[in-house]
Ligand binder design. Structure first.
Ligand code: E4P
Length: 217
């Protein structure tokens, strides 16, 4: 499974790149607004820093506007993926952008039917939002299982980006289901490394190492 960071924060992206486990980045207007920086400045920097796909979101509500914005965003780099919301206008825009050769990530997916429509329109990626479903007492992961089954049933090659991830178990469950990608906040990525028994074990090994005679280092 590929790991994407869901962020507009350059320091977080640099840290994940340094770890060598970053495959791509997703952003949205909320994440960009948190940086307090100009959209174009942040977008250009991320696109340059990251080799993998970088999703940048359109904000128009009609297909014409989405297509115009999408084409403009795509000029920032070959790795730009245009994020389009799951609406009827969005579905029209997906087809035009994909036929231009611009990959689209369809965002705000909350049902298997929406994922199926996005895939039929030729989207490269779909982003089902699991945390927001959990937030309203639903079962976000059920959506991932259903979308995965539908895509497998019809050999659909649209990739599933598990989005709105809240904790490490979301990542693990997404991997067990076989989702292609998980996009996660930096805090979740950091937590994936942790286990108290690793810390305890390391502490003991280092303590015992001090008792070993003839230590070469
Ligand atoms: C996906 O691409 C979205 O940016 C994101 O995962 C939304 O997550 P949230 O529900 O934590 O805002």
């Amino acid at each position: 499974m590929q790991f994407f960071l869901d962020t507009g924060n350059i320091d977080e992206i640099k840290q994940a790149l340094d770890w060598g486990i970053l495959d791509g980045v997703t952003t949205n207007p909320t994440l960009i607004s948190k940086t307090g920086r100009s959209f174009m400045e942040v977008a250009k920097e991320i696109v340059k820093l990251v080799d993998g796909p970088v999703s940048l979101e359109t904000v128009s509500l009609n297909a014409e506007g989405m297509i115009k914005e999408g084409r403009m965003l795509a000029e920032l780099g070959d790795n730009v993926v245009v994020k389009i919301p799951m609406t009827p206008e969005g579905v029209k825009a997906i087809q035009v952008l994909e036929s231009d050769g611009i990959p689209v990530n369809v965002t705000l997916i909350f049902s298997p039917a929406q994922a199926l429509i996005a895939a039929k329109a030729g989207a490269t990626f779909v982003s089902p939002f699991i945390g927001r479903i959990d937030d309203v007492s639903g079962e976000g992961m059920k959506l991932i299982r259903e979308v995965k089954t539908i895509f497998d049933n019809y050999d659909i090659d649209t990739e599933i980006i598990v989005a709105s991830v809240r904790h490490p178990m979301h990542v693990v469950e997404a991997a067990l289901i076989g989702a292609d990608i998980c996009t996660m906040p930096f805090e979740v990525m950091k937590k994936l490394f942790n286990h108290p028994l690793t810390d305890k074990g390391l502490e003991q090994f280092l303590k015992d190492w001090e008792k070993v005679p003839g230590r070469p280092f």
